[in-house]
Structure formats: structure tokens, C-alpha cells
Design a protein around this ligand. Structure first.
Ligand SMILES: [Fe+2]
Length: 124
């Protein structure tokens, strides 16, 4: 009886994990450009591409960290967390380039950093 319940629990857990992966990979429509870039004016297209890249990298970070949380093999867990870390570097690269193409974006990022520093400075 206990063995049957254990098998049921393992099958349920496996289906749950597969469901989470499917929801993130298929349900969210990843690997597809969510807008028609042809409709974006040429002068804005590169900035739009960078913003879409940032969204994709942030989503990838979440996906890899969630997969790492489910992985039982420590090597897989470590590898997934390392990949998630690399995706954070990619966010930084895309943000840096976007800040050069969109001056306002760069200024507002700096403004946001200062506001957070002030907020944290007040708390400390
Ligand atoms: Fe990446």
C-alpha cells in the first residue's frame, strides 16, 4: 500500500515539474518575438530589440533558478545557477548598450540607483 502511494507521489511530482517547465517554455510563448518589429519605426527598432532581449534574459534567469530549485543532482543545480548568473551578465550588457542608444533610459537608470541608495542609506 505504502509503495503504491510512493509511486503515486513520485509520478505526481514529476508531472508537476513538467507542468512548470511547459508553462514557462511553451505557455509564455518563449523563443518567439512577441511583437511585429516591422511595425516599429526604424529609428526605434534597435532600442526595441534590446528591450525584448532584456525581457528574455530576465525570463531565462527565472527559468534557470526555478529549474535549479527542482534539480536533485547537485551538479545540475550548480550548472543551472551558473547559467542563471551568466544571464544576469547578459542583462547588464543589453542595459549598457540600451543606455547608450536611449539616453533617457540611461539617465533614469542612474536616477533609480540613486533613489535606492538614498532609501537604503536612510534605513541603515
Ligand atoms: Fe543570455
Amino acid at each position: 500500500m505504502l509503495k503504491k502511494i510512493s509511486i503515486f507521489v513520485v509520478i505526481f511530482a514529476a508531472l508537476f515539474v513538467l507542468g512548470l517547465v511547459a508553462q514557462n517554455v511553451i505557455g509564455a510563448g518563449l523563443s518567439k518575438i512577441p511583437i511585429d518589429l516591422e511595425q516599429v519605426p526604424q529609428e526605434d527598432r534597435d532600442k526595441e530589440i534590446l528591450r525584448l532581449g532584456i525581457i528574455a534574459e530576465l525570463d531565462a534567469i527565472n527559468l534557470y533558478e526555478q529549474l535549479a530549485a527542482y534539480a536533485t543532482n547537485p551538479h545540475i543545480k550548480e550548472l543551472l545557477m551558473d547559467v542563471a548568473r551568466e544571464e544576469k551578465t547578459h542583462v547588464g550588457e543589453l542595459q549598457a548598450l540600451l543606455s547608450k542608444l536611449d539616453e533617457e533610459h540611461g539617465k533614469e537608470l542612474e536616477k533609480g540607483k540613486k533613489e535606492v541608495d538614498e532609501l537604503l542609506g536612510k534605513e541603515q
